[in-house]
Design a protein around this ligand. Structure first.
Ligand code: MN
Ligand code: MN
Ligand code: MN
Length: 263
């Protein structure tokens, strides 16, 4: 994973100065500076456009991954058989999603997730935002924090408890950047995922069997800093074994929200 633009406070100050200099250079106005309890936001006005830069603490990483959908359970079974010698481990993941009652996160293209691994042996709080998917390659801003699985379970049962995790940079952003506060959070539900992890050809492949309430879907994911190369290798593997696949056109969360499997 590569760090994206908005990393630490120093990056923010440098970017803010750079944009400020450009705005003044174009005879545009000085930025509008908003200093909130959680975030500092600067809005720059140029002639035809404006730019917003925020610093809310913590890091946002860019997750880049190849996502290929396997249309049938037979294709999934076949691929797992072919890669059997490369299998490293299998995780049972339980994913739960949260939003404010007015869907402030979803309306800003963000998703807040609690993921439990292998019953409750591990729990990760995650915030994903600004998803883009094109030709089987997904790019999304992702921030993750491990939390105590027992605390995670309490938050799943009573979602407002998430907002009380004061040490969490993710929760600071949920409040400061997305404006979720007094009205709290609700649990949107979620889905289980059986993820087989394979080390193949220098790539880490995640082969997912995702159990939605409305059906099961199958997908290969592969995080890579060279996604085009990884995609080519995977396409060659699948094609050479006659395994049918398609480019994924939506995230699992988006599929969950539509309530039906992709065609
Ligand atoms: Mn990730
Ligand atoms: Mn993924
Ligand atoms: Mn991933």
């Amino acid at each position: 994973m590569a760090r994206s633009g908005s990393g630490n406070l120093l990056d923010f100050i440098l970017l803010a100065l750079l944009l400020g200099g450009r705005a003044v250079g174009q005879n545009a106005s000085w930025p509008l500076l908003k200093v909130g309890p959680e975030c500092i936001t600067a809005v720059y006005f140029f002639h035809e456009y404006s730019a917003t830069v925020s610093y809310c603490g913590g890091y946002q990483m860019m997750e880049v991954e190849v996502k290929l959908r396997l249309p049938t359970s037979a294709a999934h079974e076949r691929l797992c058989g072919i890669l059997a010698a490369h299998h490293r481990r299998t995780h049972l993941q339980e994913n739960l999603f949260f939003d404010s009652p007015e869907a402030k996160l979803a309306s800003n293209l963000a998703a807040l997730r609690l993921r439990f691994y292998d019953l409750d042996s591990r729990c990760i709080l995650g915030l994903k935002s600004k998803p883009r998917i094109y030709a089987g390659i997904s790019r999304i801003e992702e921030q993750e924090e491990p939390i105590d699985p027992a605390v995670g379970r309490q938050c799943a049962a009573e979602p407002w408890r998430l907002l009380e995790i004061e040490s969490s940079d993710i929760i600071k952003r949920v409040k400061g950047e997305f404006g979720v506060d007094a009205e709290g959070l609700v649990c949107l539900g979620g889905f289980r995922n059986v993820r087989g992890v394979y080390e193949w050809n220098g790539l880490t492949l995640e082969i997912d069997e995702t159990l939605f309430s409305f059906g099961t879907s199958y997908e290969i994911e592969c995080e890579s800093s060279e996604p085009d190369r990884a995609k080519k290798l995977l396409e060659e593997l699948l094609t050479s074994h006659g395994i049918e696949f398609r480019y994924s056109e939506a995230s699992k969360f988006a599929i969950f929200r539509t309530g039906k499997l992709p065609d």
